[in-house]
Design a binder for this molecule. Structure first.
Ligand SMILES: [Zn+2]
Length: 271
């Protein structure tokens, strides 16, 4: 917070598992935020090695073990059973995670399913870790320190075109108190590597001044920035990690660069 920004990321590596965390937010309101890298896990082949997703063809036991390793690395192994995940369908549906659904999707093998049809999870309960999985799409974590409350958002181009960021901010906005949302934007594919068709650009050119109609490189980060501003999170309250997944396949999974691959994660928990 010294350089004028609301918070800054810190890369922490423990037992080969690397995450990008935000220590100042944890100190301020007890919300832990972590964006994982792909190293330090047990998955092999295209999923090497810390693949966290159960739906991309990896061995389920390996994925569950990788989730164990991530939780051990960030010091919340005791909360592994109540990890809550979502189906992620590139939609805009938001789910508030309360005690009765805690643990849905914790395990790939066995247990209750991830929350169906949902692309945003949020909670104001302590001790329920929320996690969504990504390989190029934009991971957004929203924190409202005054409650405290935290959300994890899965934002690909379809979700962004549909208003997934706004829906997430709105869900957390009805809590009263000050308008103090802070946004953390994790690793995602950069405009450098995200060439798209005319049809995709057409969803954005009219609503986003920064998206040039003539360009076939879609800047998802710029779209997220603007969507956050429109949702009441000014740029001064946004922290962007600014790493392109496709440019850094040694550290992150990239569907665009690799095709069949694993998923890294965005994790938020109120402790
Ligand atoms: Zn790139």
């Amino acid at each position: 917070m010294d350089d004028g920004r609301v918070a800054t990321f810190e890369r922490v590596e423990r037992d080969g598992v690397a995450v990008h965390t935000v220590p100042s937010i944890f100190e301020a309101c007890g919300v832990g935020v972590a964006f994982s890298e792909r190293t330090g896990g047990v998955s092999v082949g295209p999923y090497a090695s810390l693949d966290l997703a159960g739906h991309v063809g990896d061995d389920p036991e390996s994925v569950d073990r990788n989730r164990d390793l991530l939780f051990e690395s960030v010091g919340i192994a005791l909360l592994r059973d109540v990890l809550t995940t979502a189906e992620q369908v590139h939609g805009t549906q938001v789910a508030e995670v309360t005690r009765d659904v805690a643990g849905c999707g914790a395990l790939v093998e066995g247990g209750r399913s991830p929350l169906k049809g949902v692309d945003t999870l949020w909670t104001r309960e302590r001790g329920i870790p929320l996690m969504l999985m990504y390989a190029d799409c934009v991971p957004v974590v929203l924190v409202r320190p005054s409650v405290p409350a935290a959300a994890v958002v899965h934002a690909g181009w379809r979700g962004l075109a549909g208003g997934v960021v706004r829906a997430a901010a709105d869900a957390m906005g009805g809590l009263g108190g000050e308008d103090d949302l802070i946004a953390f934007v994790g690793p995602h594919i950069g405009a450098c590597c995200y060439e798209v068709g005319r049809d995709v650009v057409s969803h954005f050119e009219s609503r986003f001044a920064t998206i040039a109609a003539a360009s076939f490189h879609l800047d998802l980060g710029a779209v997220v920035t603007q969507e956050l501003v429109r949702s009441g999170v000014p740029e001064g309250r946004q922290c962007h990690l600014g790493i392109c997944t496709a440019h850094n396949t040694d550290r992150f999974f990239s569907h665009r660069a690799e095709g069949q691959t694993g998923r890294h994660g965005a994790l938020a928990v109120i402790l």
